[in-house]
Design a protein around this ligand. Sequence first.
Ligand code: GLV
Ligand code: MN
Ligand code: MN
Length: 400
Amino acid sequence: MIPVNPERFLAELHELRRFGASGVGKGVVRPAYSKADIEARQWLAGRMKAAGLKTHFDPVGSLFGLAGEKSLLMGSHSDSQPEGGWLDGALGVMAALEVARASRETGGPPVSVVSFQDEEGRFGVTTGSTVWSGKLSLEAADELTDRDGVGFAEARASMAHLTGDFVDPAQFDGFIEMHIEQGPWLYEAGESVGVVESIVGIRDMRITFEGEQNHAGTTPMHRRRDAFQGLAEFNARINARFRNVVTPATVWTIGHVSLHPDAHSIVPGRAVFSMQWRDGDAGRLARMEEIIRETAQEVATERELDLSIGPMLGLEPMDMDAHLRAALEGAAEEAAPGRWRRMPSGALHDATNVARLMPSAMLFVPSIDGISHAFEEDTDERDLVAGLKVLAGAVERLQG
Ligand code: GLV
Ligand code: MN
Ligand code: MN
């Protein structure tokens, strides 16, 4: 087996946490293009170089450590949610680096490493790998804005001194991404490893109800055009209407709400909010979209609100490659006999996009209490090391 070094891997993983370390426990605040994110990428580039890889930032700031010959690509992302944990993305990057380095040191198969930019969707959904895969053009991406109105073009310009051209995907045989599960299933079952069969699809949009800003003391209820009341009504109605359409695996979230002008004594004139939904079935995603659009229009008409709906972003459900999966399954049985399972991914990952370019697969380790996208996110270090060994074992099997 490629002789990975668990102590070195864990020490570096903790070191990466220093960039943006925040909040309780092992929390991290390292959103795409923040100072902490760019500094972390520069530190990572240094680690890649020290491992003998040739580093390259593409036009959006995704960082590649290239083996310099036809190779397997492994990695994930190093940006975080506005409040995130230390492992979401970081784990896959550091595990890939350890496998690439250990393999190089011992004359094993060439492995390249990547940390994609904006996987966490400050500007969209897995922006860096979506652009690399060709699903979204750079010109279209440049039109995206974050929730504060900052443009993608402006944000990526902050890395312009580091970046070059897009990397040619033809130099890679396939892609493997290791990640924390971010859900409860492995942890609750006391299992160590999950081999991902498929990744759900996602739809994501921004909706705006525009009403009339007015005095909260003097405006009679019947004369109000309250944008928040529109949002509340919309939410209640879609929850009721989805009941006939969804399965227990379907999820939907209004995770961001901005009321204008956001004050106790003012009837809100504007409500801007995110609407996101996920499912493994593209037909169901489409049916939910119809319900969302119809309901928003209905509420707007009844309450005399103006409605606008921003561009719909999304990724299709994606099956993982059977050959790469088989290598991961064999390695999982060796490293954690009887303590692994095949499973779907309810979280989005760069592997969805990379699967458009090359065979792609994923490996999960448990999340303690199923918590992620929160400062409390963590994984037992024995499981982190088990995952590292499965990753190394899979590379070895694919070489044979
Ligand atoms: C990625 O972090 C996701 O939202 O699933
Ligand atoms: Mn992630
Ligand atoms: Mn995430």
